[in-house]
Design a protein around this ligand. Sequence first.
Ligand code: NAD
Ligand code: TYD
Length: 334
Amino acid sequence: MKLLVTGGAGFIGSNFVHHILRTYPDYEVITLDALTYAGNLENLKAWEGDTRHRFVKGNITDRALVDGLVAECDAVVHFAAESHVDRSILDPGIFIETNIVGTQALLDAAKKHTKRFHHVSTDEVFGSLGPDEAPFSEKTLYDPRSPYSASKAGADHLVRAYFHTYGLPVTISNCSNNYGPYLFPEKLISLAITHILEGKKVPVYGDGLNVRDWLYVGDHCLAIDAILHNGRIGETYCIGGDGERENIWIIKKILEILGKTEAEIEHVKDRPGHDRRYAIDHSKITRELGWQPTVTIDEGLARTVKWYQDNQVWWQDIKSGAYQEYYEEQYIKR
Ligand code: NAD
Ligand code: TYD
């Protein structure tokens, strides 16, 4: 099988490329990635010179490019996106362009060449849960509340529309927060680890009691693999880690692993429209495809901290580039 993986130089996409090429020796992968601030060829350097992997630098909105690549492959696994909520608050336009317009360009190519299409989405399309509300499931109504989640919701609707209208063989996954190797150091867990390693304080938005359902990225890759190969066409699968934790719990656990105290925590102004709680009921994918998370949050955090300790050049290069500009703007504009 030959896969077109969009966004394969980013966090989850690169973990997925590694997973596929290591698990299936007869598979080939073309990675299409625009190498935005979040894309990094270092993430894929293990496959340099390997004939089973080809990297193409390009934008998913480039219809001519996308058409040719989709025609060459058996299936598309679509990760490419603007993925960070805080950036979507600062500048929503590029989220519409990439996440909605880009997805439509890929769908048109998949439709023209009748290719299998898996769309990687987020649980954030479902909105925010109260403390006692049941977790999100495939039956939950969409209620996105940030420009990021609204753009992902738009893309999900388009993917489903191409299934119902044109019979395109699609699947969709809505996954909770991922963490693990190659997580760009603007997201909570990677930002906290790298800030602590740099001797900086960890910024906690608001009261720190917002809840996320954390999933180790390797488990997400296994779930997408299961859906790609055995998922029912036209269906959506919710993926979660059974890892609901308050942000402050996560930060304290990272401090504990690194032998630091709570003096390293700094409460900062809250994110506008900050969703309070996400949680996922993953019983459908467990029942139908036998998938369930295998890495506990304690084990996953220990592995992730170790990865950032062992790969300091990777994140120091990122943090010494344009990152600083974004980071300052982030706090000045709030
Ligand atoms: P990421 O920001 O780390 O990577 C995104 C990748 O897409 C980057 O390599 C970037 O260069 C590329 N890209 C961006 N715009 C592009 C364009 N126009 N054309 C081609 N490539 C482009 O994101 P991630 O965290 O790996 O997320 C991957 C996917 O998973 C996204 O669709 C995201 O919505 C979804 N998702 C993420 C999480 C999470 O916790 N990170 C959870 C659920 C779903
Ligand atoms: P994030 O990793 O940005 O993921 P998402 O917004 O998609 O859930 O944030 C996870 C949680 O951590 C969210 O509640 C916001 C909070 N947060 C902080 O408290 N401090 C930070 O520096 C960051 C980046 C996030």
